[in-house]
Each structure stands twice: as structure tokens, then as C-alpha cells.
Design a protein around this ligand. Structure first.
Ligand code: S3P
Length: 168
């Protein structure tokens, strides 16, 4: 199979960690879209949001995903908000294998403290609002080829499942 794998899911589902491991197991390249954006702007995501605004972040996010999606046999980890864009959803679904790393709200809440400092989207919302965002996003993540419930999985087990889905 020549297509790339695109990993989607809410912040903190483990897309980057499991994606990197899966790429190693498949002996392919790994692309972290957030990292690509940070490299372009030369600063962390929180600063990009503060200095350039979310719109600038989203515009670059959309463009970089479109250019990377057509590359062959890459594991590509998307930021949790990227699938809000309809064009991005279509591009990924048409040209790659989209795998949704699903995490339950209960399991996600336990990760909140680890995420909040580096995720601007979480910083100006209380937990109820974040739950609303989680529910809204889940509707969009429903557009995928495969899904993996990651609640009880280690990143390595998640990576094994990604590889299994890709190869079969
Ligand atoms: C975002 C998720 C982040 C990053 C940015 C915005 C979002 O990526 O792209 O902070 O809107 O959900 P992760 O899903 O890798 O945390």
C-alpha cells in the first residue's frame, strides 16, 4: 500500500506518540503537522495563537496538510482541530487512510493537566466548555476509515493496532 496514514482525534489522544512509534514499526517517515507549523513560525503553538492569531495557524495548517497528504507511505499526525475544515477532511479521506484515535471523555479528563499549558484552545475554556468542544469535534472525527479506542492502550499497543489496520 502506497497511501499515507493520517491520525486524527482530540488533543492528548496520543496521535504524535503512537504515530511516531507506528512509523518506526512500518519503517516509514513520520510527519507531525503541529511541529511543521511551529517550525514555519519559529515558535511554539501557544505563541503562534498569541502573536499571529488562530486564523493564521489554521490557514497554514490546512495548506501543509494538503501538501503532505499526497506523499507516499508517511504516518501523519494532525492537530486535533484540523478536521474542523471540510476541505481538509475531504483531502485526507480521499487520499490517505484516516485512523481516528478515540478517547473517552472520562479517560481524557485525566490527561487535562498535562495538556493545558501547551494547548491554547484549552486555556480560555472551563471544563464544561471543553466537553462541549470534545462532543462537537467527535461528530467530525466520525468521518474516518478506521478507529481505535485508546483508553486502555499504551502508545506501543496503539501503534501496533495502527500497523495492523494499515497492513490488512
Ligand atoms: C488543537 C490541537 C493541537 C494543536 C493546536 C490546536 C485543536 O494539536 O494543533 O493547539 O484545536 O484541537 P494536538 O491535537 O496534537 O494537541
Amino acid at each position: 500500500m502506497d497511501k499515507s496514514i493520517v491520525l486524527i482525534g482530540f488533543m492528548g489522544a496520543g496521535k504524535t506518540t503512537a504515530g511516531e512509534l507506528a512509523a518506526r514499526k512500518l519503517n516509514t517517515g513520520f510527519i507531525d503537522i503541529d511541529l511543521e507549523i511551529e517550525k514555519e513560525f519559529g515558535m511554539p503553538t501557544t505563541d503562534i495563537f498569541k502573536k499571529h492569531g488562530e486564523k493564521a495557524f489554521r490557514t497554514y495548517e490546512k495548506n501543509i496538510i494538503e501538501s503532505k497528504c499526497t506523499e507516499k507511505r508517511q504516518v501523519i499526525s494532525l492537530g486535533g482541530g484540523a478536521f474542523m475544515d471540510e476541505g481538509t477532511r475531504r483531502t485526507c479521506l480521499d487520499s490517505t487512510i484516516v485512523i481516528f484515535l478515540d478517547i473517552s471523555w472520562e479517560a481524557w479528563k485525566k490527561r487535562y493537566e498535562l495538556l493545558v499549558d501547551t494547548r491554547p484552545v484549552l486555556q480560555d475554556r472551563d471544563l464544561d466548555e471543553i466537553k462541549g468542544l470534545y462532543s462537537k469535534r467527535r461528530v467530525l472525527y466520525a468521518d474516518h476509515h478506521y478507529s481505535i479506542l485508546v483508553d486502555d492502550l499504551t502508545p506501543d499497543e496503539t501503534a501496533d493496532k495502527i500497523v495492523e489496520l494499515y497492513l490488512h
